[in-house]
Design a protein around this ligand. Structure first.
Ligand code: GLN
Length: 454
C-alpha cells in the first residue's frame, strides 16, 4: 500500500461523510497529495520510515500550521494563514504523518459540545442528532468516522477526553508541560495541553511518543526524559492499585454510566488489579474554580485580538478605541465574550483577592487531593463525563448545565496530571468513556492500564 493510496482513501472518506459530520474547517487536499508523493518517493530511495510514516491525520484548528488556514473556530480568524508551524506540527512532520486538514472546534476552545463553532455544527457519527462533545469535537468525530487515522486535540478542562468519550474513541491529555504549547493558540495557558485522539491505545502511545518533549520556546515545557510509551503496553496490570473517587460516582452521574464504570473495575479486578473507594474532597469546587481561572487567563490571552495584529478589522473606525471595540464585537461569538467579561471582572482591582487569588488557593487544595490519593494508589479511575452524548441544541441556552459536563475532567486539568479516556461500553446505544488518571509524567502506567482494559 502506498502513502498516496492511503491519502486518497482518506480524501474519499472525508468527501463521502463530511457533509453530514462537519468535522473539517479546512481541507489540505493538494498539500496532502504532495506530501504523499514525497513520502512514497523517499521510501523508494532510502527506505527510511518515520514513526507515523504516511498516516493521514487531522489537526484541531487552534494549532497553527504554516500557510494552512487556522481559524480557532472563530470568525475573528476567518482568513488567518499562520507564518509558522506549531511545535507539534513540526514533530508530526518529522514523524512523517500527512496532514489532511484542520478540524472544527468550539470557538477558541471554549465549549463542550462544538456548538460554539462560528462555522458549522459537528455531528456525532454514532447519532447525527447528538453532539460530538467539545471543544475538540471535530477531532473526535473525524477519528470516529474513519476520516483520519488520528487527530490532535487540545484539552484545557476536558476538551480531548470528553469528546473522545462521546464519540467512542481514545483521548489522552498528557501531564501539563509534557507536550509543547508553542503554536497552540492560548486559551488558559496554565491548563492548555495538546494530546492525541486515536482509535485505540496503541496508536495513542505512538502519537504521544512523536509529540512529547522539551521545547525552549514554551516556558512551561518540562525538561524531562521521554520514556518509551509503546513498550509500556505489556497487557499486565497485576498488583496495580486503583483509587475510585466517590465524588465521581455520586450525584449527577447517569446510572448507566456508573454501571459501565463498575463493570470496568470488575475487569481490572479479574486481571489482578485492586481497587478501593477514595475521596477527592474538593471536587465540588472544581468547576467554579476552573471557570474563574480559565476565564481570567482567557481575558488576558485574547487581548491580542485587537483588530490590528490578526484577523478581523472593522471598517472605517472613528479612532483606535472604536477599532478595538468594533473588531472585537464583530469577531467574537457570545461564549467568548461571556468568558472575556467574566475574566476581566475577576481580575479587576478590588476583586482580585476575592476571586482570582481565592480560586488559585482552591486550585492548590484540589491538586493536594490528588497528591494524597497518589501516595497510596497508582491510578485513579472514574467516568470521563457524567452522561453519554446529549442532543444538539439541548444545552445551548443553559451554560451552567453545559459547564457541569466537565465535572470529572476539570479537577484533573487543575491538578495538571495525565488522563486518558477509553471506551467502556454503551448506554442506550451511545459510547461511554472510562477515565484513567495517573501521577505526573506517569503516562506509561496510564497507557498500560488503558491498553490492558481495552
Ligand atoms: N468545556 C470546557 C470549557 O468550556 C473545557 C474546554 C477545553 O478543555 N478547552 O472551558
Amino acid at each position: 500500500l502506498s502513502v498516496a493510496e492511503l491519502v486518497e482513501h482518506s480524501i474519499k472518506r472525508i468527501s463521502d461523510t463530511d457533509d453530514k459530520i462537519g468535522a473539517f474547517l479546512t481541507l489540505n487536499e493538494e498539500g496532502a497529495r504532495k506530501d504523499a508523493q514525497a513520502l512514497d518517493a523517499r521510501l523508494a530511495s532510502e527506505g527510511e520510515r518515520g514513526l507515523l510514516f504516511g498516516i493521514p491525520t487531522g489537526i484541531k484548528d487552534n494549532i497553527v500550521t504554516e500557510g494552512l488556514r487556522t481559524t480557532c473556530g472563530s470568525k475573528f480568524l476567518e482568513n488567518h494563514d499562520p507564518i509558522y508551524d506549531a511545535a507539534v506540527v513540526t514533530k508530526l512532520r518529522a514523524a512523517q504523518s500527512v496532514t489532511m486538514g484542520k478540524l472544527n472546534m468550539d470557538e477558541f476552545a471554549m465549549g463542550g459540545s462544538n456548538e460554539n463553532s462560528a462555522y458549522r455544527v459537528v455531528r456525532n457519527p454514532w447519532d447525527l442528532e447528538r453532539v460530538p462533545g467539545g471543544s475538540s469535537g471535530g477531532s473526535a468525530a473525524s477519528v470516529a468516522a474513519g476520516q483520519v487515522y488520528f487527530a490532535l486535540g487540545s484539552d484545557t478542562g476536558g476538551s480531548i477526553r470528553q469528546p473522545a468519550a462521546y464519540c467512542g474513541v481514545v483521548g489522552l491529555k498528557p501531564t501539563y508541560g509534557l507536550v509543547s504549547r508553542y503554536g497552540l493558540v492560548a486559551f488558559a495557558s496554565s491548563l492548555d495541553q495538546i494530546g492525541p485522539i486515536t482509535k485505540n491505545v496503541e496508536d495513542s502511545a505512538y502519537v504521544l511518543q512523536a509529540i512529547a518533549g522539551h521545547d525552549e520556546r514554551d516556558t512551561t515545557s518540562a525538561n524531562v526524559e521521554i520514556p518509551d510509551y509503546v513498550s509500556a503496553l505489556t497487557g499486565e496490570v497485576k498488583g496495580l492499585r486503583i483509587g475510585v473517587p466517590k465524588e465521581y460516582l455520586g450525584q449527577g452521574i447517569d446510572p448507566q454510566v456508573k454501571e459501565r464504570v463498575l463493570e470496568a473495575l470488575k475487569v481490572f479486578e479479574s486481571m489482578g488489579a485492586v481497587w478501593e473507594e477514595v475521596s477527592l474532597p474538593h471536587t465540588e469546587y472544581a468547576v467554579a474554580t476552573y471557570y474563574l481561572l480559565a476565564s481570567s487567563e482567557a481575558s488576558s490571552n485574547l487581548a491580542r485580538f485587537d483588530g490590528v495584529r490578526y484577523g478581523v478589522r472593522a471598517d472605517n473606525p472613528a479612532n483606535l478605541i472604536d477599532l478595538y471595540r468594533r473588531s472585537r464585537s464583530e469577531g467574537f461569538g457570545a461564549e467568548v465574550k461571556r468568558r472575556i467579561m467574566l475574566g476581566t471582572y475577576a481580575l479587576s482591582s478590588g476583586y482580585y483577592d476575592a476571586y482570582y487569588k481565592k480560586a488559585q488557593q482552591v486550585r492548590t487544595l484540589i491538586k493536594q487531593d490528588f497528591d494524597q490519593v497518589f501516595e497510596k494508589f497508582d491510578l485513579i479511575i472514574g467516568p470521563t463525563a457524567p452522561t453519554a452524548a446529549f442532543k444538539l441544541g439541548e444545552q445551548v441556552g443553559d451554560p451552567l448545565t453545559m459547564y457541569l459536563n466537565d465535572i470529572c475532567t476539570i479537577p484533573v486539568s487543575l491538578a495538571g496530571v495525565p488522563a486518558i479516556s477509553v471506551p467502556c461500553g454503551m448506554a442506550d446505544g451511545l459510547p461511554v468513556g472510562l477515565q484513567i488518571i495517573g501521577k505526573p509524567f506517569d503516562e506509561r502506567t496510564v497507557l498500560r492500564a488503558a491498553h490492558a482494559f481495552e
